[in-house]
Design a protein around this ligand. Sequence first.
Ligand code: NAI
Length: 470
Amino acid sequence: LTDTLPYKVKDMSEADFGRKEIEIAEKEMPGLMSLRAKYGNEKPLKGAKIMGSLHMTVQTAVLIETLVCLGADVRWCSCNIYSTQDHAAAAIAKAGVPVFAWKGETLKEYWWCTERALDFGEGKGPDLIVDDGGDATMMIHLGRQAEMDNAILDKDYSGEGEDYRELIERIKIELKKNPNRWTQVAETCKGVSEETTTGVHRLYQMMERGELLFPAINVNDSVTKSKFDNLYGCRESLADGIKRGTDVMVAGKTVLICGYGDVGKGCAQSMRGFGARVLVTEIDPICALQAAMEGYEVTTTEDALHETDIFVTTTGNKDVITIEHMEKMKDQAIVCNIGHFDNEIQVEKLEQYPGIIEKNIKPQVDVFEFPDGHSIILLSRGRLVNLGNATGHPSFVMSNSFTNQTLAQLELWQKDYKVGVYVLPKKLDEEVARLHLEKLGVKLTSLTKEQANYLGIPQEGPYKPENYRY
Ligand code: NAI
């Protein structure tokens, strides 16, 4: 791996296959395609250098090519070591976009890819970032902190996950090459649009600590993102991941969904749809009550251990399934996570468990046999199961998410936002939904002038107040 590679993907001979799937996806992504039709000539992103750190899938390829169509100069990497679809990456590389991503990267390679995607020549950074989970944003922020105070790199990071330790190593390497790089990158970056709940958490935390260095748009909390992708996306792709990984019959099984937020709600509905008995855990009384009112049994992981066949974490929190849980699970229990990071399940402790025997069944499927003879099946080593064991969400729902992403990039490029975290205006949210109606044959009712006056809202929207929850 050298800094001179123009791109790095698994196998360029897969490019034609990737292109064919991209063409099918385009038909399912009306939001993105209508942005191409609307802005393709005008090229409003002309001159913008955009770096993306987001699962390099077929759907993301359509996003990348939309940004290119709008005039941007794009570089890309994946935001997870298992989520790249190699044929999509090859097609994008063949189209001339520098992409650094392949399925099954090591963590060292992962941070190398992120760094490469952030380099627009001579250490120059991007004007804009499309981030998913916040890793590109974190690399810049941590890099800059290290440039101001090298000593932070020598702290004891043994308590952190391997992901973080490898990031520290990458920053050390970069610091030797250019001791000023990340400071410059932070100064010239006009903003980031963040895709997911976990990345958005990180942004608000940085903002509260006064550490955020550039403006951010929280795409996740557009209604047409989190109430669609997180919910309906996971409703389809969770089952896809579990089934491609294990071929298990879901009907009749007991499934424990940890967390009943947007993702958890989709996962619970999915498993119930297959005929599973679904149990839910929650820490939030509102979400726990919602689950109970939907007819799910709300319990604790400890109480559910002896009867659960499939465990799914959806919390965005850490240590949700612990080694003590795994010690007591049923034989052949399936354990997986669909939240953004792998720290929901104590995988490192499982790997280091005294006397554990590990068997790889196929990529992203591992069996761990405990000394007492019971085994558990771990999918994607605790990383997001829908992207590791399957191909992530279907195109149509990703069109909603990525139309928001593209609108956020346009906002950041065309306007001068102050440092802060913003959501897109409701009018744009409604517009994203509107762009996806025709494809589904939806007939929308028009509000009459009299009705609009009666409700006290504009006839052309926005139709709901900011505090409406959908
Ligand atoms: P959310 O905040 O709506 O839901 C998470 C829920 O987990 C909350 O209701 C919270 O109270 C609960 N929770 C927290 N700690 C818990 C614990 N110890 N035990 C039980 N419940 C607990 O977040 P959302 O949008 O559902 O996202 C969840 C995760 O999934 C995030 O990491 C997000 O980034 C990720 N995500 C993954 C996707 C995928 O395709 N794999 C798609 C969208 C989001």
